[in-house]
Design a protein around this ligand. Sequence first.
Ligand code: HEM
Length: 177
Amino acid sequence: MNDRKSWEIKDEAILADLVALMGLTDEEKSAMAACKSAAEAQADPMIEAFYQRLLNQDITAEFLEGMVEHLRSTLKNWFITLFSGEYDEAYVKSRLAIGKTHVRIGLPVRYPLAMMDILMEHGEKVANSQGETAVKAFRKLAALDIAIFNQAYEDTHLNHLAELVGNERLARRLLTR
Ligand code: HEM
């Protein structure tokens, strides 16, 4: 298999890559920013549903012991920032760091990904308040967030394997087996 161009795209540079892929427009960014106060109003119901689901199952609740109050406020900030309208490299960097926090606590990636329906439900409610462009934009930004979360896990695995085998190219090839 040949080397792939996408293998060269790293860290916050994935923003330009994905924005180009999804065709996020300035009009869509503005539509997201116009949702900000609706997002502030929807954040609490979203957080309620989010932690109710995670605390309902021992398998996810064990990651949250003693942290829920703190995590409510970080998740609120995360949800509202999704509607900031500013999606620059600092945005991607901070989202990647959030993904990496979950890698560090040993949380299998399927759990954060399996929470995205809650984000979709509440985020679409917010976006609907502004109309079709905002809904389209929200779907793109939610997809961007899912991609970044996954990227944080993949980067960590790839970096460790590259360190172990001596170079990234070989590590990438091993990961295709
Ligand atoms: C859509 C999915 C998720 C989002 C958007 C999200 C968001 C966040 C954010 C914004 C932080 C703060 C990060 C920081 O300060 O560096 C955080 C930390 C944390 N999250 Fe999540 N989270 C998600 C899924 C989960 C799940 C499924 C669990 C557990 C079952 C979980 C457990 C934690 C824990 C324990 C921390 C604190 C880690 C630490 O600081 O040691 N998260 N999350």
